[in-house]
Design a protein around this ligand. Structure first.
Ligand code: ATP
Ligand code: MG
Length: 670
């Protein structure tokens, strides 16, 4: 094989490819120097990047193999057509316009693939400066572009992640000076992360565990969640972070080049935890100091918390009461050891009942302990299915209730005894009055006939006087017995009304007549004050007369000589019937007003005791008035007089159609 004389400086050693080309072309023919050079150049160009040379019109002067291939792949044009045009005619026009080299980046479809090319197009000028050609070369930059896109994607992903995660990311060099810190760090440090770049990590904060400002010089180990205290530059407040880091080593030399890692601000979380712990402690304290026994069971019926009182109330199972113990286990043990009085002898039944109650808590109920204490138990389910038991010691309350019940029983027994005694008294009085009345009637009747000397004259006038005394005493005794009977009947609620329309004016006249003699003797003036046509009254006539007579006899009895007793009757402003007996007598002290209304209640002054009486008149009168649905009013002033008013309901008023014969004013004389 012949050697081609290579031009020194151009080709030192014939490349094997050229040797192959020479062989292919016959080898025997010796190329001239120029021809060889042109061939070598062509071969070189043929092997290189796509290249072309063209006239400014676009006609190709030269295109290497790679260019023709590219052109064909991109446009499908016939590669060896000498008149074919450039793939990028605009490159040519740009060069023409600029008259300077132009660089273009474009994407070309090569077959099915889109590929990126960077091309450079250079003008070629003739000696007179005219543009005679454009030459260009193409570089396939698809791989470079793909790498660029991938790098951008990775950068975006990194940026997104650093923005999204709550941690911040940091990187330091071998001297722990920050080379990167993510935007999140602004919340912790209170300053823009860019301003932190270059700062030493340990000028920004300290590891609070060691209290040391910076770690050892040859610190190279990874670390995780180390507490790191910093001060926020915006508000000056301390922040607690957790820092994790990994050392970085050069992949080639293995030399330590720094650390990178994450940081996490846990100030708010720590504060919240501390607050929660304080709240928990307060709650525990409150539960402990409660006067009630407290126990909380979780949704699986296991004891969670309880207080001292809860254990105190259940001494027989005190050692079992601990967090985690089951509800059923607890109450069953209590029942078996005799803690609950109601469970004695029927443990299973009682436990089943308690479990049912716990499943469906109802209103609070009472529970008896075998040591005699009583508890009020109130159960409640909470929203999360837990179960709260509150127990209050109500032993004292129960004891008071029991005492009250016993007192009520005693008082009922006493009342019944009193009623029985009263009944016996009434019966006794009824019997005795009958027994007394029979001889009294004889005394009164016989003394009357003796006074009238029916069967012959009485010899001595003194006997006559005695007989009158006997008669008067008999009448007095008879009245007294009637009063006593009436009072006891009123007290027993047995007095009844025998009602009819009563002519009150006539009643007043009759009563006045009965007290006239006594009034004359006592030198007391009697006055009656009635309207022209006094309405009638629907009432028990006998009892109305009794009322009037009692009031009139009191008025006459307690009015000194020269005084006056006025009886009046009429209808008041509200239509009620009023009977009024007013005197100018000795009066009753205010303090005694209640006393005189009670049976046998008399005012024990020296003056009143000059008068006879039992103290039954007023209470009986009051009872009779009330029996008619009315009221008795007593107004009195010592030494000025007394006014007693009987007020009867307007329903008892009846019109009076008859004309009254003579006015009763001044008091009729018998
Ligand atoms: P009895 O009426 O049974 O014969 P009495 O008149 O003493 O006895 P009451 O009519 O009930 O009993 O009166 C009770 C007392 O009230 C009297 O004893 C008297 O002290 C006082 N009293 C009653 N009416 C008057 C009055 N008009 N003026 C002053 N005191 C009066
Ligand atoms: Mg009286």
């Amino acid at each position: 094989m012949g050697r081609s004389p290579a031009r020194a400086g151009l080709v030192r050693e014939p490349p094997s490819r050229l040797a192959a080309v020479a062989a292919a072309r016959g080898g025997q023919r010796r190329d001239t120097g120029d021809g060889l050079r042109a061939r070598i150049e062509q071969e070189l160009l043929a092997d290189g990047a796509p290249m072309y040379a063209a006239e400014p019109s676009g006609k190709l002067l030269f295109a290497n193999h790679a260019y023709r291939e590219l052109l064909q792949a991109a446009s499908g044009a016939e590669s060896d057509n000498p008149s074919m045009r450039l793939a990028s005619p605009h490159a040519l026009s740009q060069v023409e316009r600029a008259l300077a080299p132009v660089e273009i980046e474009e994407s070309l479809a090569v077959g099915q693939q889109a590929r990126s090319f960077r091309s450079r197009h250079i003008p070629v000028f003739a000696a007179d400066g005219a543009l005679v050609a454009v030459r260009g070369v193409y570089h396939d930059v698809s791989r470079e572009r793909a790498l660029g896109r991938r790098a951008a994607h990775l950068r975006d992903r990194h940026d997104d992640l650093t923005r999204l995660v709550s941690d911040w990311i940091w990187e330091v060099d071998r001297d722990f000076n920050l080379t990167f810190i993510s935007a999140r760090a602004i919340e912790t440090f209170g300053t823009h992360p860019r301003l932190l770049l270059g700062c030493n990590l340990f000028d920004l904060g300290v590891f609070s565990e060691t209290g040391r400002k910076a770690p050892d010089r040859d610190w190279r180990s990874p670390f995780g969640d180390k507490p790191f205290r910093v001060v926020n530059r915006a508000d000056g407040r301390p922040r607690l972070c957790r820092l994790s880091g990994m050392p970085i080593f050069d992949s080639q030399t293995g030399a330590f080049t720094g650390y990178h890692g994450t940081g996490n601000d846990i100030t708010a979380q720590t504060e919240a935890e501390e607050r929660a712990a304080r709240a928990q402690a307060r709650l525990a304290e409150a539960i402990e100091s409660s006067s009630e026994a407290f126990a909380l069971f979780d949704d699986e019926n296991r004891l969670v918390i309880f207080n001292r009182k809860f254990r105190e109330y259940h001494p027989m199972i005190a050692e079992l009461i601990a967090p985690g113990v089951g509800f059923e286990e607890l109450i069953r043990a209590g029942a078996e050891r005799g803690q609950f009085a109601d469970a004695v002898g029927r443990v299973d039944e009682w436990v089943a009942h308690e479990l049912e109650r716990q499943r469906n808590p109802e209103a609070a109920y009472e529970q008896r302990l075998s040591d005699g204490r009583w508890l009020k138990v109130s159960d409640r389910r909470t929203g999360d299915g837990s179960y709260v038991r509150l127990r209050t010691d109500i032993t004292e309350l129960k004891q008071r209730e029991e005492a009250l019940r016993r007192a009520e029983e005693t008082s009922r027994a006493a009342r019944e005894a009193a009623e029985r005694a009263n009944h016996a008294k009434s019966e006794f009085l009824a019997n005795i009055s009958h027994e007394l009345r029979t001889p009294l009637n004889a005394i009164i009747g016989f003394s009357e006939s003796m006074l009238s000397e029916t069967f012959g004259a009485i010899g001595s006038p003194r006997y006559k006087e005695y007989i009158k005394d006997i008669h008067d005493s008999g009448v007095h005794l008879s009245n007294l017995i009637s009063d006593i009977l009436d009072v006891s009947k009123v007290e027993a609620g047995k007095l009844e009304l025998d009602e009819s329309v009563v002519d009150v004016a006539d009643g007043i006249t009759r009563c006045i007549r009965l007290v006239t003699e006594r009034a004359d003797r006592a030198k007391v003036e009697l006055k009656v004050n009635l309207p022209k046509r006094l309405p009638k009254l629907y009432a028990d006539e006998h009892k109305i007369l009794q009322i009037l007579l009692n009031l009139l006899s009191n008025a006459v009895k307690f009015t000194p000589p020269g005084g006056r007793v006025t009886t009046s009757a009429g209808i008041d402003g509200e239509g009620r019937y009023r009977l009024v007996v007013a005197d100018t007598g000795i009066g009753i002290a205010e303090a005694d007003l209640d006393t005189v209304m009670t049976p046998f209640g008399q005012v024990a002054s020296s003056q009143t005791r000059q008068h006879e009486g039992t103290g039954l008149g007023l209470p009986l009168t009051k009872a009779l008035v009330e029996l008619h649905g009315g009221a008795l009013e007593l107004q009195s002033e010592i030494d000025a007089g007394t006014t007693v008013t009987v007020c009867l309901p307007k329903e008892r008023v009846r019109p009076n159609r008859a004309r009254r014969a003579a006015p009763a004013v001044g008091g009729p004389r018998p």
